[in-house]
Write a protein that binds this ligand. Structure first.
Ligand code: IDP
Length: 151
């Protein structure tokens, strides 16, 4: 099982898509292991988006992520990092495929509804950034036998 971070961005909250997006991950068969609303700060976003620090849109991106509170989620499942990333679609909503979250609900790169971890290594780092250990729950999912079978 892998755990991955999803952030429901201000665009998700403002567009009234929190239930829709969460529903997609739940219906896919991912287990919700943690979820909370929080107001992000410039400091945590500078760390989270450090790989974009030299890009011209860096401050705009951080401002957009601070425009409202966000909801941070931890989803768990077999191959969860890649599954969640595929469900989100490519960064630019205009290029993301229909059927993906960004492809269905976004028309830009900045306001693209969700953040998703891009590797297992980064998922672990990002989950530690946004959650305390006791905020991630390891309860048993009774539906697993009907989601995974032997593969
Ligand atoms: P990802 O979110 O698809 O993993 P990254 O390249 O890590 O993509 O970029 C992080 C976030 O920065 C994107 O989700 C998007 O909100 C924002 N972003 C990326 N490229 C652009 C751009 O060209 N203009 C404005 N915002 C951008």
């Amino acid at each position: 099982m892998e755990k991955t971070l999803v952030i429901l961005k201000p665009s998700c909250l403002q567009r009234g898509l929190v239930g829709e997006v969460t529903k997609r991950f739940e219906q896919k068969g991912l287990r919700l292991a943690g979820m909370k609303m929080c107001q992000l700060t410039d400091d945590v976003l500078s760390e989270h988006y450090a790989h974009l620090a030299e890009r011209p849109f860096f401050q705009l991106l951080k401002d957009a992520m601070m425009a409202t509170p966000v909801i941070v989620c931890c989803f768990e499942g077999v191959g969860a990092v890649d599954v969640v990333r595929q469900m989100a679609g490519t960064t630019n909503g205009r290029k993301a495929l229909p059927g993906t979250i960004r492809g269905d609900f976004s028309m830009s790169s900045q306001e693209n509804i969700v953040h998703t971890s891009d590797s297992l290594e980064n998922a672990a780092i990002e989950l530690k950034r946004f959650f305390k250990d006791e905020e991630i729950f390891d309860y048993k999912s009774v539906s697993n036998a009907f989601i995974y079978a032997s593969d």
